[in-house]
Write a protein that binds this ligand. Sequence first.
Ligand code: ZN
Length: 60
Amino acid sequence: MVEPDQMPKPRCTSCGSADILRDAYACWDVDTQQWVLHSCYDAFRCEICDVQSNHVDFLI
Ligand SMILES: [Zn+2]
C-alpha cells in the first residue's frame, strides 16, 4: 500500500507548494442539503504565492 505522502499531488509551478485551489462550480443537492462539486475548470491558484495558472505539476 502506498502512503499518501508518496503519491503525486498538484504543486505550484512557481513555489512548489501543494496548497492549490482550483476553480469549480458547486450545485445544491436537495437530498443532502449541501453544496456538492459539479465541475472543475482549468484555472488554479496557489494559496502560498498567489500565482494563478492553467497548469500545475503533479509531483510527489
Ligand atoms: Zn506557489
